[in-house]
Design a protein around this ligand. Structure first.
Ligand SMILES: Nc1nc2c(c(=O)[nH]1)N[C@H]1C(S)=C(S)[C@@H](COP(=O)(O)O)O[C@H]1N2
Ligand SMILES: [Mo]
Length: 560
């Protein structure tokens, strides 16, 4: 291995101990530590230096990997691949605990945690590198191999999947041996001498500083590489431009005009339409699929008489409809906010399935997103008269990336995890007894119609309420069955009917309001809904798992 001139001047021939060492030599020898003199040889305080060598090399390797990942796909970057592999494998209780602790930052926490573990391991590898450079490099390659394995087992995996991790590991190992050489550690065991230096090399104060500066420099290049790689990924996959380039066609059937009376006009009640920027987001991806509409296609296959394939232009040409549909996540707690309503523009799924002509034994459609996520939807729900859509538009714009650009499913009446596949690329007509979707294999029900629910939005928790006439208002939903009534109960009093806002459709939530004659003291307000079939919302409390939370939303208010 070639050495840098500076290392050469500092380092006597590896293994050779003939002749007096030049001043400040870094060669292996027994170090004395005359305390107090910062420039004197010192072996005890070198551990942080070597830890820095390990961390710097790792950051360099990660930066290299990120640049390579820009070409392969961001999902193949080691931290992303490992993070997503962890997401797919964590037991549900741990995932729930993580969401409990980190909330919506759970993925950020996972990335930070993965990087932190890697850096700790790298620091240890740095310590190993002071006496066993070959072992240290092997450890770097082992970490790279683990990440490469995670990448090749991702659903997105292509032939290039392991490249970012492997090239990143190679870069990390190179940095490690370069810094080791600078510190005077022979990087290859030389013939005829012991394979390893008998003692760790002695570093004087200036040597330590030089190595720290070099390690920091290498880390800095790694950080620049990470930033550049992420920028390059965005540059090569310009979702913003692709979105801006989509011309949404005028719908064949526009959404019926929504009257202003769908809102009760009380500030603090969630608006009838959720702006895209405020719409909740749920998925298991760290790096979102970036699909050029030009490259998008959908394959309909499985238990069908004719396979159907269509591209984005075909989809836009199918005669789109526009529908308001309220989407809810099964993980939404009683009173929670994992629910939103938007105007979706899309092609009906039913006629598409009719073209494919499902075989009689089929009872389910397994849809797959470009992130590899799968979802099972009962076939009848996709073929009945409701407007199950392949949506391309959300509130008048092309779908935002986080909500499934360029195409997602929207199916009124079912929780998102069994209906709302984002970045959808495949519909396989199959049977429930033949295939199991992502969340169904993790303890959630195969079938999950949305449960009739209601939420109190005002008064807010902890709001000061004055005695007198107080508006109590909120939303209620029972998608595709519709809301027939909402009732409010104060303390242990009778259930009293709330006034419903106008109904936009049975597929959307519905606002309600009740005027309460508040008296001083502490009171509990409760709400429950009655759906379009006349069924009253279940009062017994249950957790979201396995098929949606039940229970009446209640709120304690202090009137004074
Ligand atoms: N491809 C893909 N689609 C997905 C998911 C996912 O993880 N990947 N999550 C689902 C879940 S659990 C829900 S609740 C909805 C949420 O849609 P939103 O993020 O647009 O609100 O998307 C569904 N579609
Ligand atoms: Mo969900």
């Amino acid at each position: 291995m070639e050495q840098t001139p500076s290392a050469q001047s500092r380092n006597p021939e590896p293994g050779g101990q003939d002749g007096p060492d030049p001043p400040g030599a870094l060669g292996p020898r027994t170090g004395a530590d005359p305390a107090g003199d910062p420039d004197a040889p010192d072996i005890r305080s070198t551990a942080p230096v070597w830890a820095a060598v390990g961390v710097g090399s790792a950051v360099f390797g990660l930066g290299t990997a990120q640049v390579v990942a820009a070409f392969v796909g961001e999902w193949a970057a080691p931290v992303v691949a490992v993070g997503e592999a962890v997401i797919d494998r964590v037991p549900p209780w741990l995932k729930d605990a993580a969401i409990e602790v980190f909330g919506f930052q759970d993925k950020l926490a996972l990335v930070v945690g993965t990087v932190a573990v890697l850096l700790v391991l790298s620091a240890v590898i740095g310590l190993v590198a002071r006496r066993r450079p070959v072992v240290a490099r092997r450890a770097v390659y082992a970490l790279g191999a683990v990440a490469a394995l995670a990448a090749i087992t991702r659903p997105e995996a292509t032939l290039g999947a392991p490249l970012p991790s492997l090239l990143g590991a190679a870069a990390g190992a190179l940095a490690l041996s370069g810094l080791g050489t600078l510190a005077g550690v022979p990087q290859e065991p030389s013939r005829g001498s012991p394979a390893l230096p008998p003692e760790e090399p002695v570093l004087t104060g200036p040597d330590r500083r030089a190595i720290l500066v070099a390690a920091a420099g290498v880390a800095g290049v790694g950080l620049l590489g990470t930033g550049f790689g992420r920028w390059l990924n965005g540059y090569l996959r310009r979702v913003d431009e692709w979105r801006a380039g989509v011309r949404l066609p005028v719908p064949d059937e526009a959404q019926r005009p929504i009257p202003p009376t769908v809102e009760v006009g009380v500030p603090g009640v969630e608006r009838f339409r959720t702006p895209n920027a405020d719409f909740f987001r749920i998925d298991a991806s760290i790096a979102l699929p970036r699909i050029d509409p030009e490259d998008w296609s959908l394959r309909v296959h499985g238990l069908v008489r004719r396979e159907v394939r269509l591209d984005f232009a075909d989809l836009l040409g199918r005669g789109l409809v526009e529908r308001d549909v309220t989407l809810a996540c099964v993980s939404n707690e009683v009173g929670g906010h994992l629910i939103g309503n938007a105007t979706w523009l899309g092609a009906r799924i039913a006629p598409l399935l009719a073209e494919a002509s499902p075989l009689p034994e089929a009872d389910m459609v397994l849809s797959t997103g470009a992130d590899g996520w799968t979802c099972s939807t009962p076939l009848p729900v996709l073929t009945d008269s409701r407007d199950a859509l392949l949506a391309v538009g959300m509130n008048g714009e092309p779908l935002p990336l986080v909500h499934g650009f360029p195409v997602r499913m929207v199916v009124p009446g079912l929780y998102g995890y069994v209906s709302a596949t984002k970045w959808v690329v495949e519909l396989e007509v199959t049977r429930f007894d033949r295939a199991t979707a992502y969340w169904s294999s993790r303890g959630w029900s195969e079938r999950a119609p949305v449960k009739t629910s209601a939420r109190i939005d005002v008064p807010k928790l902890d709001a000061r309420v004055r005695p007198g006439r107080v508006p109590v208002a909120g939303i209620a939903w029972a998608q595709h069955r519709g809301i027939r009534g909402v009732q409010v109960r104060v303390d242990d009093g009778p259930w009293r009917p709330a006034t419903l806002a106008a109904e936009a459709s049975v597929d959307t939530w519905r606002q309600w309001i009740y005027f309460w004659d508040a008296t001083p003291g502490t009171h509990v307000l409760r709400v429950r809904a009655v759906d379009g079939t006349g069924a009253v919302q279940q009062g017994e409390r249950s957790d979201p798992e396995p098929d949606g939370a039940t229970g009446w939303h209640a709120l304690e208010v202090v009137v004074e």
